[in-house]
Write a protein that binds this ligand. Sequence first.
Ligand code: ZN
Length: 446
Amino acid sequence: MDAHVRTWLKTPLAILHADAAGGLVIDGAKIVECLPAGAMPATPVDAVQDLSRHVVLPGLINTHHHMYQTLTRAHPAAINRELFDWLKALYPVWARVVTPDSFRLATRLALTELLLSGCTTAADHQYLFPPGLEGALDIQATEAGAIGMRMTLMRGSMNLSVKDGGLPPDSVVQDQDTILCDSERVIGRYHQAEEGAMLQVALAPCSPFSVTPALMRESAELATRCGCRLHTHLGETHDEDAFCEARFGCRPVDYLEQNGWLHDRTWLAHGVHFRAEEIGRLGGAGVGVCHCPTSNMLLASGQCRTRELEAAGAPLGLGVDGSASNDGSNLMQEVRQALLLNRLTYGTAVTHLDALRWATEGSARCLGRTDIGRIAVGAQADLACFTLDELRFSGAGDPLAALVLCGAHRADRVMVAGQWRVVDGQPLGIDVEELRRQHGNISLNL
Ligand code: ZN
């Protein structure tokens, strides 16, 4: 669709909007009308597309990932381990295998997987900078532009290695000056503050056990100065609690507060092991949490207190987490995982609509955005459209529930900023078989 062409996406089979049974009018990159059943667009349209086979969601938003890990899925050295042992097994592998070429293919593959699952905005926590990979975020910006997805580039960092009492080896850490200097560079080059931004930058020191408190503080100050957001792993395991208590004499949330992170420009990955009063402090401050159900189950980390966090005021989003602690990058599948895991925690108080809301509005709030994550007049035209004609949906009643309960995992059409990026289940401009071959080959030879 060209800019300023008004297109009526007509009469969807179902749509995640209270009153848009008649469809949507898209003008350029935005939704300009949500039509009730039987209504006609207020002004003439240039084109009409029939969505009567499609269940339409706002484009899904992934708020935590490590795309380079597509290179080490189901790695024999790491399967069946919990987080700290899993990381110690994989750090040296990553230091060796993540090169500019493999990183580019890993990013392209993960973005394509996400896009095909209905994801239109992806945040990647890239904290691994072995020698030679200094331009990692430049590679990701190029790849996101080529595929046409929105991306929050997270300038991750690690500066606390084993010799200083941290978890990662020397081969994957950088010094503080290098990290802060490059952080400032990528913010200046890629961070778009305006509505409809295709690229944003967040600063993302990796975790309490891989960065120094000084780097946490300096990153927070730089983010404030540059108007960007902060992200880190927190509250993921009991091992992390023990590390913080031994090294810093406090719990992870205290550590966050002491270093200037307890505010509404921060969102955290995981947030599993918080006490009730800590949930109150996080929610009161507006700190967001990205819930990563598959990763938390696979690494046996625990169950995030999603409802308590939301009730306390914390934005709650969804993330697939890294492709080695999920072994997939499919956000629609993650919606189903979120529903199922939260049923164990909360019973039927959590519904499929909650899980869909986390992957859309909740994730948008984590990223500090109001222009995406919902279908509404004035919002960006980011849409994920699924059909129900696979065997898995046969016999299904409620179409929105069917997506989650029957296990939708591949969108038929995906629109980002008013442009179709997936049509008939195929990503435009990407040779999926060739990508699979190249990525598979480079992984095998690493
Ligand atoms: Zn992670």
